[in-house]
Ligand binder design. Structure first.
Ligand SMILES: Cc1cc2nc3c(=O)[nH]c(=O)nc-3n(C[C@H](O)[C@H](O)[C@H](O)COP(=O)(O)OP(=O)(O)OC[C@H]3O[C@@H](n4cnc5c(N)ncnc54)[C@H](O)[C@@H]3O)c2cc1C
Length: 380
């Protein structure tokens, strides 16, 4: 290894940005950090939920990603095409070759609605700023009808988001005093509304109390967007006026192309504690791109970043110390405009969120600024 370790980070989203800043603080002059991203357009994705009820704009969510990264880090504006894990080189789509001593894969997940032959743009989604804006444009002009919120397949990022969307839309319509003109239907592929049982015992009754029709064991088969019918594999049919669906997710194509150890969907196989990619001591993955059986969430990446930074520092110092990620995830789960739950758990301890509270709502509301000022910059 040269006097300075070469650390290359693929992706400047939540995970890539936080880990770059954590590394920069720990390593000072011991390493050269390079971050590769096609756009450096940093999006605060939790804000999409506020967008769908007209409380946030696309512009308000996006910041210049280069300004969140350490000043001295190299920023390569390109997409990674492939990685040669044996030669330790990253190749970009504009033919740059970037060698590394340590590699961190932080390329998140991508939406792949095109995998469903029946998907078209009459189906709404709120997992992009443009999609979320369209949801609000449509919703604000509706005066009656059936709104269905559905999940195309697992896994998808931020597991609470579809439930929060149903609860927020319910609240939005109540505030407009037209809730009684609408049916809101929420479909879940499993036997309950939310995957984590201890949270579901609070959330599902709350949804039902608010008149949201929760349909469990509803695995999406097909949508007829002309007739406006959603069909399940279990044989159910739901007529709708507006369908909001979470599209299928996959990891980025360069992972499969490069032979990086992965599961179906390209999710990178990592050690659940060290976050090292299977069979590779100098390659890590963070955030949505991993195959870990926990939430694909910004807070997951936030909790993983210091572990990766400390493990790389230990390796550079030839120390045998190993730092371990315990599966910690936390999030605010909006139940209405003005109230939120707080969910906090790890691999061994499930969450016990208590009751929805105003305090957590204010936290959720304030979090965008806290995120951009402190979290993304690796300060907390
Ligand atoms: C509606 C919604 C609500 C959410 N709410 C919450 C919440 O309340 N709390 C929470 O913790 N999380 C929430 N999340 C999830 C959170 O935003 C993501 O889990 C988080 O951003 C994942 O971070 P990441 O670094 O893995 O991926 P991202 O932040 O998505 O970053 C991936 C980066 O990789 C780059 N990239 C992609 N392909 C390549 C390539 N080939 N070469 C180089 N770079 C590449 C992209 O340009 C991007 O910058 C929410 C998400 C959504 C959609």
């Amino acid at each position: 290894m040269a006097d300075k370790a070469k650390i290359v980070i693929i992706g400047a989203g939540t995970g890539g940005t936080i880990v770059a800043n954590k590394l920069n603080k720990k390593l000072k002059r011991k390493a050269e950090i390079t971050v590769i991203d096609p756009e450096f357009k940093h999006i605060y994705q939790p804000g999409y939920l506020f967008q769908i009820v007209g409380r946030e704009t696309e512009k308000g969510l996006i910041r210049d990603g280069t300004k969140l990264l350490p000043k001295k880090s190299k920023k390569v504006r390109a997409a990674v095409d492939r990685v040669d894990l044996e030669k330790q080189v990253v190749y970009t789509n504009d033919n740059q070759e970037i060698p590394y001593d340590y590699l961190i894969i932080a390329s998140g997940s991508r939406l792949v609605p095109q995998k469903l032959e029946w998907w078209n743009d009459k189906i709404h989604q709120f997992y992009t700023p443009q999609g979320a804006a369209k949801v609000y444009d449509h919703l604000k002009d509706m005066t009656e009808g059936t709104i269905v919120i559905s999940i195309a397949s697992m896994p998808y990022k931020c597991p609470p988001a579809p439930l929060e969307a149903a609860l927020l839309i319910d609240d939005y319509l109540r505030r407009k005093k037209i809730r009684d003109k609408f049916n809101i239907v929420f479909t879940s592929p499993i036997n309950r509304a939310f995957s984590i049982e201890t949270v579901n015992t609070i959330v599902q009754p709350l949804m039902e109390d608010r008149g949201i029709d929760v349909r469990t064991f509803f695995n999406v088969d097909e949508v007829d967007t002309e007739e406006k019918v959603l069909y399940s594999l279990e044989g159910e049919e739901i007529d709708y006026d507006m369908l909001i669906m979470i599209p299928p997710h996959e990891a980025q194509p360069f992972i499969e192309k490069s032979g990086i150890p992965h599961e179906e969907g390209g999710w990178v196989e990592v050690d659940r504690e060290t976050l090292k990619v299977k069979n590779y001591d100098n390659v890590y993955a963070i955030g949505d791109t991993t195959n870990l059986p926990i939430s694909k969430a910004g807070s997951t990446a936030h909790n993983q970043a210091p572990i990766i930074a400390k493990n790389i520092l230990a390796s550079i110092k030839n120390s045998n110390k190993v730092y371990k990620y315990d599966g910690h995830v936390q999030c605010f789960f909006i139940t209405e405009i003005g109230k939120s739950l707080f969910i906090d758990f790890n691999y061994t301890n499930p969450p016990y969120p208590g009751k929805p509270s105003r305090r957590y709502w204010w936290f959720k509301l304030a979090f965008k600024e806290l995120y951009y000022r402190f979290v993304a910059k690796g300060i907390v």
